[in-house]
Write a protein that binds this ligand. Structure first.
Ligand SMILES: [Zn+2]
Length: 398
C-alpha cells in the first residue's frame, strides 16, 4: 500500500560573505514586515475589533516597501509567507481563546526570535550540488542524505551558532510494509534510563550524551557568573550555542536509532500520554522528561510507524507506578526502584511494571473501540491470564 507523507530535510549551507550579508538582510526585512503587519493588525483589533486577511495584508506590502527599501530586494513569495506566518499566529491565538487556554496575543519579534524566511513554492533551485536562491545568489550545500519526494517549501534559517541551514519540506510517497501484527510492547519513560519496556528491557541514555549534557550544564553555570555585556560573556554564549547544537545533534541521532529499532520490531506500541500540566507540576520529572526528549522521540516514532504500518496507542498512565498487574495496589515513593507485590509475589523493576500496565491498558482500550484493523493478533491474547504467564517467568530476574 502506498501513502503520501510529509518530511523535512535539514542541510547546512555555506554562503560566501557577501551572500551571507544578503541572507541577513532578507531575514531583517522579513522581520520588519512581520512587525509592521502585526502593529497594523493590533491597531485595527483595538480600534475596530476586526482583523485584516492575508490578501489585505499583501495589498499593503508596497506601502511597507516604501518605508524599508530592503524589502524591494526580497522575492515576492517570501514576503507573502511573512503574511502567512502572521495570519497563522492569529489563528492560533483565536484557537486558544476558544479552547479556554491561556491565549497570549501575538508578539513582536526580536532578532533572536525571528531568524528565518521561507520560499513557499518557488524561487530556489538545486544545481550541481549547489543551492540557488532567487534575488540572493548561489551557495554551497551539504546534502548528507538523499532527498526523496516532491519539494514543497524551503526555509532558510540562521542558528544561534551563526551557521545557516536550509530546511526542505517534501511530500514523499512511501510503501507501507504490511507487517504481521503480532508484537505489542508497552514502554514507560524512565527516570534513570531512557525507557523501560514491558518485556523487561531497559534502554539507557548513552554515556557520551550524558557527558556532553553535563558539560553543557557546567558551561551554563559559568556563563551566569560572567559580567553582563562583557566580551567574555559574549564568547561564552557562542560556546554554549555550539555545544548545545552538538548535544541536540547527538540526541537526535540517538532518538532516530531508537525509534527505528522499536518501530521495526513492534506493530503496536503503547505509550504514556503526557499531560503538560503534570510536567509543570513535578519539576524533577519535568526535567528528566525534557532531558530524555520524550516528545521528540514520540514524533520520530510516529514517522517510523507510518512506514512500517504499525501504530502507537497513547494511554492515560496515571497510577501505573502504584499498581501491580494482578490488580493489587503497591505504593512506592520515587526513590524505590523495585516493584514488590505481596499479593502475587512479582518482583520487577518499577519502570518495567509501569510499562506492563501501560501495555495492558492500551490493549483494553483497543478492545473497547473494536474494529481497529491490524491488531487482531494482539487482541487474541486474553488479558489477565496470559499476562500472568508471560511475566511470572521474568518475575525473579530483576
Ligand atoms: Zn501483584
Amino acid at each position: 500500500m502506498k501513502k503520501l507523507v510529509a518530511r523535512t530535510y535539514k542541510f547546512r549551507i555555506f554562503p560566501s560573505r557577501s551572500v551571507a550579508r544578503k541572507l541577513e538582510k532578507t531575514v531583517g526585512a522579513c522581520r520588519f514586515l512581520y512587525n509592521s503587519e502585526l502593529e497594523y493588525e493590533e491597531q485595527l483589533f483595538f480600534s475596530e475589533g476586526r482583523f485584516v486577511s492575508r490578501d489585505e495584508l499583501n495589498l499593503l506590502v508596497p506601502d511597507w516597501k516604501s518605508l524599508n527599501s530592503d524589502l524591494k530586494e526580497v522575492h515576492s513569495q517570501v514576503l507573502q509567507n511573512v503574511s502567512d506566518r502572521l495570519v497563522k499566529s492569529f489563528e492560533g491565538f483565536f484557537r486558544r481563546i476558544k479552547s479556554g487556554e491561556k491565549a497570549g496575543f501575538p508578539r513582536f519579534k526580536s532578532k533572536e526570535r525571528y531568524d528565518s524566511f521561507t520560499f513557499p513554492q518557488s524561487g530556489f533551485k538545486l544545481e550541481k550540488g549547489r543551492l540557488r536562491l532567487s534575488k540572493i545568489g548561489m551557495m554551497g550545500i551539504k546534502q548528507h542524505r538523499k532527498m526523496e519526494g516532491k519539494v514543497k517549501t524551503l526555509t532558510i534559517k540562521k542558528a544561534s551558532t551563526g551557521k545557516w541551514f536550509a530546511n526542505f519540506s517534501v511530500m514523499k510517497e512511501i510503501e507501507v510494509k504490511q507487517k504481521k501484527p503480532d508484537k505489542c510492547v508497552g514502554i514507560d519513560v524512565g527516570l534513570e534510563s531512557f525507557y523501560a519496556d514491558s518485556e523487561g528491557n531497559k534502554i539507557d541514555n548513552p554515556r557520551w550524551l550524558r557527558k556532553s549534557e553535563g558539560r553543557l550544564k557546567l558551561l551554563q553555570k559559568q556563563h551566569s557568573r560572567k559580567k553582563k555585556g562583557s566580551s567574555n560573556r559574549r564568547k561564552s554564549r557562542l560556546r554554549i550555542a555550539k555545544l548545545h547544537e552538538k548535544v541536540v545533534n547527538q540526541r537526535n541521532d540517538f532518538l532516530h536509532k531508537q525509534s527505528r529499532k522499536l518501530a521495526d520490531s513492534c506493530s503496536l506500541i503503547a505509550v504514556e500520554k503526557l499531560s503538560i500540566n503534570k510536567m509543570v507540576k513535578n519539576r524533577y520529572l519535568a526535567k528528566s522528561i525534557s532531558d530524555a526528549s520524550w516528545r521528540r522521540f514520540l514524533q520520530l516514532l510516529s514517522y517510523e510507524v507510518e512506514e512500517t504500518g504499525g501504530r502507537i496507542v497513547e494511554v492515560d498512565a496515571r497510577g501505573t507506578s502504584q499498581r501491580c498487574i494482578c490488580g493489587n495496589r503497591v505504593e512506592k515513593s520515587l526513590a524505590v526502584r523495585t516493584h514488590k507485590c505481596k499479593e502475587c509475589g512479582r518482583v520487577l523493576d518499577r519502570d518495567v511494571m509501569s510499562a506492563i500496565l501501560i501495555k495492558a491498558s492500551a490493549l483494553k482500550e483497543l478492545k473497547n473501540t473494536a474494529g481497529t484493523a491490524g491488531i487482531n493478533a494482539c487482541e487474541d491474547v486474553p488479558l489477565g491470564t496470559s499476562m500472568k504467564q508471560e511475566y511470572t517467568g521474568n518475575a525473579q530476574k530483576t
